[in-house]
Design a protein around this ligand. Structure first.
Ligand code: 3PG
Ligand code: MG
Length: 430
């Protein structure tokens, strides 16, 4: 089915009658670490939805997850103050000059929030009478039912549904089907917020790209990125790889043993090597930075090496960055500068010490002024902002640049070949 036709079937906030109604608004404001906001971009990106709700006279109850407070092995949930939504509520209060109520709940030391007899009567009254602007629920993952199976899950779903008239999902980054992103959408009239719509529109630019299309993927996790990488390989005209992903590819291609590359990942990468033997889409990064140590940059312990000089059968040390010289090659410059679409989910080197490769890459991409440039992934945006603040800032206003708020969501959508395969999005379709 044509995916653009499917867009019409997504229920959207603009069409909903929300005047005077209480709305549950799921956002992805997962930006707090140890009680501090790292980068407010994900919060700012949802302000359009908050304005739209205010303009239509809706009364919002916001909710987000923060971190991963549930221990996978024991199933215990730790409600740590460092994972609280309070800094986010204070940030929005300051930004919008409104009052936000954050209700508190009894917490079980092992199971999180279990008791749900609070119907939030006082808080809801305050927002409907204008004494407060909005309500912000505690971290959704503090609620025992959010990611569990069975009766706790149903109980949490029913309780959430009892609070509001409408559910709005604006949490693009939260693609996991949890109660607050998925189950709840089946219990209330539900729709996509403004940000979620924008993210989906921009996913089309990656999934149905203007050509030439260059994909740039780097990062530390090979196994989780392999499937989307294979799909992207088919889609792209050229690919640039970096980080452990590139090291793994080289190890598989050359048979060399490279420090930090696991034999399992190396075996998985063979498939990509076979694919590339024919199509030759992966651009060579011939100059890399080799280090004797896995972490910091110690004087005399790191150097630029050339792939062609690697001797077969010999062990290669840690490869911790792409040398900027690799990006100065004519073929690489030409490929990036003539691209019409560039998708970047890439931090090339081991941060913070080995930053030169990423910086050179981001600068080169920025020098292509006409391509549609799409950046995805929290780490990518963070480093773009740190290493090239001017480029990051001008990208915010540039119609040809888009910053996705969720890297995992973009890769999942690429893997599925459509934004409509994401479960929380599916739940909002007619
Ligand atoms: C993220 O920051 O990657 C998203 O908020 C999703 O978080 P999760 O991977 O813990 O579900
Ligand atoms: Mg993430």
């Amino acid at each position: 089915m044509d995916s653009r036709r499917q867009v019409l079937r997504l229920r959207v906030l603009q069409e909903m009658d929300i005047t005077g109604k209480v709305l549950l608004l799921r956002v992805d404001h997962n930006v707090v670490k140890k009680g501090k906001i790292n980068d407010p971009y994900r919060i700012d990106a949802t302000l359009g939805t908050l304005y739209a709700i205010a303009e239509k006279g809706g009364r919002p109850i916001l909710m987000t997850h923060i971190g991963r407070p549930k221990d996978k092995k024991t199933g215990k949930i730790r409600c740590d103050e460092g994972d609280s939504v309070i800094p986010i509520a204070r940030y929005i209060e300051k930004k919008l000059r409104i009052k936000i109520l954050v209700p508190s709940f009894p917490v079980d030391p092992d199971a999180g929030i279990v008791t749900l007899d609070n119907t939030l009567g006082d808080e809801i009254k305050a927002v409907t009478t204008g004494q407060a602007g909005m309500i912000y629920l505690p971290n959704t993952r503090w609620f025992q039912g959010e990611q569990s199976k069975g009766p706790d899950r149903d109980k949490f779903t029913r309780w959430l549904a009892s609070l509001a008239d409408v559910f709005v999902n604006d949490a693009f980054g939260s693609w996991q089907p949890d109660v607050s992103t998925y189950d709840i959408a089946k219990q209330l009239p539900s729709c996509a917020g403004i940000l979620l719509q924008k993210e989906i529109e921009n996913l089309h630019a990656v999934l149905e790209p203007q050509r030439p299309f260059v994909g740039i993927i780097a990062g530390a996790k090979y196994d989780t990125k392999l499937e989307p990488l294979k799909v992207l390989y088919e889609k792209a005209d050229h690919l640039i790889l970096g980080g452990l992903i590139y090291n793994t590819f080289i190890a598989a291609k050359t048979g060399l043993e490279i420090a930090g590359v696991s034999p399992e990942d190396k075996a998985l990468a063979k498939e990509l090597v076979v694919m590339d033997a024919k199509a030759k889409k992966i651009l060579q990064m011939p100059y890399l930075v080799e280090s004797e140590m896995p972490g910091e940059k110690a004087t005399g312990k790191f150097r630029t090496v050339k792939i062609d000089d690697f001797i077969e059968g010999k062990k290669v040390n840690y490869l911790l960055d792409v040398d900027p010289k690799s990006l100065e090659q004519e073929v690489v410059k030409e490929t990036i500068l003539s691209a019409k679409t560039i998708f970047v989910n890439a931090v090339m080197g081991l941060m913070p010490s080995f930053f030169e490769g990423s910086q050179a890459l981001y600068r080169l991409i920025a020098s292509n002024r006409s391509a549609m440039k799409l950046f995805g992934g929290g780490d990518t945006l963070q480093e773009l902002k740190n290493l090239c603040p001017g480029i990051y800032m001008s990208g915010l206003d540039d119609p040809n640049t888009y910053y996705f708020t969720g890297g995992g969501s973009v890769l999942t959508a690429i893997e599925q070949g459509s934004p409509y395969g994401l479960k929380p999005v599916q739940a909002l379709m007619q």
